[in-house]
Design a protein around this ligand. Structure first.
Ligand code: NAD
Length: 419
């Protein structure tokens, strides 16, 4: 029996969001119970010989939260603070995200407790291969398809694909997404999450009558999601006034030159001391007087303690779980239009789905086709959630859960109970 989490847990925050929508839907108790329990949680120990000759043992997790709609889908995170609670919450959010995006996947997530910034490339490869070997019976194109997340990238996905392929005895590209394009990755995948963030922000601005071309935007996190969101929104004409990383941020009221900043980040591996603006810390960034705030770093950044300081009209959740449930109530109560993570950052998993489809077909699309299909899927998802929020008179997060729970719940009932 899975113990229900105590307060303060990230999975607990997911449950609070879930319950709100399930109550409105009058969800049957049996379906409610099924959808609030993870299907499978795997914990593994991964011994790795480090460069200094010592053997270290890293703890890894893979959670398959729900596979009713299709194979589990979700990234692998490398971070010192990874916990089973966090990975379970992220796997649940993947379940709802895939349902909102209307793609035939369930939800999964993986994580390894490690600090990749202190590891060599060889150590990272050894850890990745050992982690994959430990979970190998649970993954596969029909079972569970990992992808990149915080601190993992296309090279790590290439090692995942190679390790799995060596094990099954043939090249299996569809076992993982977010791979390099040369070995079965999709054009447009690297930019997909940020592109989706740009699309839903643009749709929200349209809905609220805000002109994106005169809008100001602050972005927390300048990794894959944050940097691409900033770049594409700047190209759409918006003024990016601040961005940050874990060490702090840069602010320029006239707008930062994002193209220059991307070059700087590529060269220096950091945005610290970028010459085009003044330094600010992450709390200051969140409280800036910008029209749009995009948290694109980690969970629990907007809390009851700082929600009152937020002045944005739109908060687009590029990260997973950046706003705690209490903080979300405060933002919604103040009329701030929050585009929830399970909608806002679903562009990544949508193009991961396109990658999986292309791998299975062995036929690859032009980038324009990928982007056009993503645009259509994101607009449909945004519209489904917006219409649901108007119909039920609820915030967008509750509406997104209503859409997701209805879809997964209906199929759960149709499939019936085994044994
Ligand atoms: P990443 O590792 O590429 O970048 C993370 C960024 O956040 C880095 O710039 C890091 O310096 C910054 N950061 C870390 N802690 C911070 C803090 N306390 N304050 C400010 N900045 C901080 O990761 P990513 O892939 O861009 O993922 C970011 C978020 O988006 C995560 O929540 C992830 O789960 C979510 N997400 C990612 C994808 C994807 O396709 N990569 C898809 C959906 C959701």
């Amino acid at each position: 029996m899975w113990d229900m989490p105590d307060s303060g847990s990230i999975f607990g925050a997911m449950l609070q969001e879930f319950d709100e929508a399930a109550r409105i839907l009058n969800l049957e108790p049996g379906i409610w119970r099924i959808l609030t329990h993870p299907k499978r949680q795997i914990t593994v120990s991964c011994p790795v010989q480090m460069d200094n000759g010592e053997i270290e043992v890293f703890t890894g997790y893979r959670v398959q939260y729900n596979i009713t709609l299709g194979p589990a889908k979700g990234g692998i995170r490398y971070h010192p603070d990874v916990t089973l609670d966090e990975v379970t919450a992220l796997a649940a959010w993947m379940t709802w995200k895939c349902a909102v995006a209307h793609i035939p996947f369930g939800g999964g997530k993986g994580g390894v407790v490690c600090d990749p910034t202190r590891m060599s490339r060889r150590e990272l490869e050894a850890l990745t291969r050992r982690y994959v070997a430990e979970i190998i019976d649970a993954i596969g194109p029909e079972k569970d398809v990992p992808a990149p997340d915080v601190n993992t990238n296309d090279q790590i996905m290439a090692w995942v694909m190679d390790t799995y392929s060596m094990h099954v005895g043939h090249t299996s590209t569809a076992v993982v997404t977010g791979k390099p394009v040369e070995l079965g990755g999709s054009l447009g995948r690297r930019e997909a999450t940020g592109r989706g963030v740009m699309i839903v922000t643009r749709e929200a601005a349209k809905h609220l009558g805000l002109d994106l071309k005169s809008a100001t935007i602050a972005v927390q996190g300048f990794g894959n999601v944050g940097s691409v969101s900033a770049d594409l929104l700047a190209r759409a004409g918006a003024r990016i006034v601040a961005v940050s990383s874990s060490k702090g941020g840069v602010y320029n009221a006239k707008g930062l030159d994002i193209a220059e900043m991307l070059d700087y980040a590529r060269e220096h591996k950091t945005i610290d001391h970028f010459p085009g603006g003044e330094s600010i810390d992450n709390e200051q960034l969140l409280a800036l007087d910008a029209d749009v705030l995009i948290p694109a770093a980690l969970e629990n950044q907007i809390t009851a303690d700082n929600a009152g300081t937020i002045r944005a009209k739109i908060v687009t959740e590029g990260a997973n779980g950046p706003t705690t449930p209490d903080a979300h109530k405060m933002l919604h109560g103040r009329g701030i239009f929050v585009i929830p993570d399970i909608l806002a950052n679903s562009g990544g998993v949508t193009v991961s789905y396109f990658e999986w489809v292309q791998d299975r077909y062995g036929y690859f699309w032009e980038e324009e086709e990928v982007n056009a299909r993503l645009e259509k899927k994101m607009r449909e998802a945004f519209d489904d959630v917006l219409q649901t929020s108007l119909k039920y008179k609820v915030d967008l997060r509750t509406a997104a859960y209503i859409v997701a729970i209805s879809r997964v719940g209906t199929v759960t009932k149709m499939r019936g109970m085994y044994a």
